[in-house]
Design a protein around this ligand. Structure first.
Ligand code: NAP
Length: 314
């Protein structure tokens, strides 16, 4: 059987970081192959309005922005393949990416696999996830809870954003946070705490989701962290917005990660890894900034590094 051809650069992931890397490497005539996994377009496809990406004074719909990035990457010749990387061999040259039964060979690799929503792990959460009332995406599922009471768990920008979005449909939105002040940026925190439909449930940790036997969320039990007292919020929908875990999957090891599980770039670099020719970009390697614009910036950096690295190998 003939050996598969060797790709110049394979980019894993189609969020802001992956697609920006695709645009840059495609424009540099490197003919990139982009592998897209289970959530094409990444996290921004589940965001309603992106208000802080420079160049869009009126804001832009998250899905539309990712669609535009994809079109831009395609325009310069990027190829896309829908497949999941299950295993890698970075000891060999070229590098090997194993996707199910198929092996892709690559002279260089950019991993931009993003991050996935973190879950609380409380009883009932897993059982009622999906169409039964527990979700991590207000943009996707908010409209199902028209005129109902819902709760959002979390205290960051995501939780504030989800809660504000849900006010468009829901009668009441409880914002359940384990401390007495939000971690969210001031503008988002002010908007959420002053909204008439949002009721803050401070100093409260989630304990369990009710409704498992009935197959639909009927309440959220919370415990006051100061008094230990438990109470139940009468809700039909629960939106979990407590941050993300990096998708390092089959790449770590061999790639180094930090104590939080994020890819750990080599010293003096944001995107180089401990394996020559293998780069990382975006939320899978950034637990500090985690913005669309910083992910795009890392994608650009990785693409320029790849270009230089490939030139050095010639
Ligand atoms: P985050 O900032 O890490 O906030 C996570 C929140 O969840 C924190 O308030 C945390 O509580 C709480 N939490 C964590 N584990 C918990 C648990 N087991 N039970 C209950 N609560 C728990 O995550 P994020 O809100 O997803 O934001 C991530 C990044 O994206 C941030 O940099 C943010 O600024 C950015 N972002 C920006 C926008 C925007 O600008 N429009 C929108 C969304 C996100 P503690 O506060 O007590 O730690």
């Amino acid at each position: 059987m003939s050996e598969p051809s060797v790709e110049n650069v394979v980019i894993v992931g189609t969020g802001c970081a992956g697609l920006t890397a695709a645009i840059y490497t495609a424009r540099a005539n490197l003919n990139p192959l982009v592998l897209e996994g289970g959530q094409p377009g990444g996290q921004l496809t589940t965001t309603s309005e992106v208000e802080n990406f420079p160049g869009f004074p009126e804001g832009i719909d998250g899905f539309m922005m990712m669609d535009n990035l994809r079109k831009q990457a395609t325009r310069f010749g990027t190829r896309f393949q829908s497949t999941l990387v299950t295993e890698v061999d970075f000891t060999s040259t070229p590098r090997k990416l194993i996707c199910g039964g198929k092996t892709i060979l690559a002279n260089s690799v950019i991993i931009a696999t993003g991050a996935s929503p973190r879950m609380t792990g409380i009883p009932g959460e897993k059982e009622l996830f999906g169409g039964k009332g527990v979700t991590t995406c207000a943009t996707c599922d908010g409209a199902f809870y028209r005129n109902m009471d819902v709760a959002v768990i979390g205290g960051g920008d995501s939780a504030a954003e989800e809660a504000l979005f849900l006010t468009r449909f829901c009668s009441k939105v409880y914002l359940v946070h384990r401390r007495d002040s939000l971690r969210a940026s001031k503008i988002m925190a002010d908007r959420a705490t002053s909204h008439e439909k949002i009721e803050m449930v401070w100093n409260s940790s989630p304990v369990a989701v009710d409704g498992v036997e009935e197959g639909a969320v009927s309440g959220l039990r919370v415990k006051n962290t100061q008094t230990g007292e438990e109470s139940t919020l009468d809700i039909k929908g629960l939106f979990v917005a407590i941050g993300h875990v990096p998708n390092t999957g089959p790449f770590a090891p061999p790639l180094d990660t930090d104590e939080n599980g994020y890819f750990k770039p080599a010293p003096n670099s944001q995107v180089q890894t401990n394996v020559p020719g293998v780069y990382v970009a975006g939320d899978c390697a950034d637990h500090v900034y985690r913005q669309a614009i910083t992910a795009a910036g890392m994608g650009c950096q990785a693409a320029i590094e790849v270009e230089r690295w490939l030139a050095d190998q010639e």
